[in-house]
Design a protein around this ligand. Sequence first.
Ligand code: SF4
Length: 492
Amino acid sequence: MARIAKPVIMNVTPGSVAEQAGLKPGDKLTAINGKPVRDDLDFQFLSADEQMALTVVSPTGKRSTVNVRKGLDEELGVDFGGKATYDGIYTCHNNCIFCFVHQQPRGMRPTLNLMDDDFRLSYMHGNFITLVGITDEHWHRIFEQKLSPLYISVHATDDDLRAFLLGTDKGRGIMKQLRELADAGIQFHTQVVACPGLNDGEHLDRTIRDLTSLGENLLSISVVPVGITKYRDGLYDMRKYTTAESQVMIDQIEAWQEQLVPDWGTVLVHASDEWYVMAGREVPGAEVYEDYGQLENGVGMIRLFIEQMNAATDRLPAALPAPRKVTVATGELATETLQRAADWLMAHVDGLTVDVVTIDNEFYGTTTVAGLLTGQDIVKQLRPRGESLGDLVLLPAVAFRETDVKSLDNMSLEEISVLIGGVPVAIAGSPVELADQATAGRLAPERKRRLKSLRFRHQGEAAVVNMPRPTAEKDPLGHCERMPGFGAPLAK
Ligand code: SF4
């Protein structure tokens, strides 16, 4: 059954067309020119007209139609509180053998168990979707509203293998779907969650070969390793990649990069950061990541972190007025990068000592990403350090919910501080935040404007990508297929 959209107006811009038309916070804007407003895409698409008939339902349930006129570039002047969709989120009906959601312990907050497979969130927030079971209505809407680029989980182009990986026969036919998108000019980023012995090796070669046959509307292919937690009872017998296998994977992908660059002008295929960490290899230079198009999939985060760190060097104070010690706690995956940041800070700031502590993820088991650290593991492993923690403990921002700054197991920074002996606790999500916190706010202001966007050249064209991608209800699991890291190599 179709879900009813609830686009409740939260704010009306003073002086706007909406205010002049009498719209008020609390009203529902259910249709524009007779078409339902199901989400922000509908709203942007439908409210672009100069003349509109707005169907409005007041908080008391009174329905009315309001006719408005506005300039072509003029905003209507309402907002819906930052929500991306007003009729809920389309969820998946797959049963992927590597699904991260299925590896959650009981009792975690509901958003961690959200199995979204919503093409709208793919377009708006870069969430990966499988296109399995997409309705004709939704499929046509992608073409009608030109929703491009999309982020698509391919995993394998062989139909039998993909159906097995996704746990459903409906997983067949991905190449046909992608070809239709490409033919219509819809661009897409793709990902492969690699599972040992299943869709890697020659299967991965075939997947890459098939995808590159789709032409220039294929924007990228990322390969991320499957993520495993200790909560896999009753699930497919899956294991992590070894160091040696990670090295083989990187070699395979880099061979493809070399092969593709001459024709494509881009490496096209990327190994996520996690492969390099597992293989004990340095991540590639910034030029390989080009527009950082799959940053939130853990592709290029380490390189970007290092680039941002270097760019902030001239903002560091030469010395602190009094000696200061800071402890930076993170997951295993980010330890080396943060140690680099600690060395950078100590080399440039006299009086500053930075200790980096790796927190083992006992709660989830084999997971090494920072975004899945729990408050209880942090407390348990930092408390014995007592006074040696120094003047401040810095934790990875990605391990805390944006809305209320609580950990996965609902601990606040204040609670953690009390439980580890009263040392102040803060979070940092970038080298700049890390440096500012570590130097007690002594980082000099940026000379130019803040780095809100990343300028780059793609295939000879100047372009800008916003950083980071905005997310409506940001959670460590941006979507089902990823595991959050510091930055976050993600996999499901
Ligand atoms: S991995 Fe994603 S698409 Fe697959 S079952 Fe889990 S939530 Fe659904």
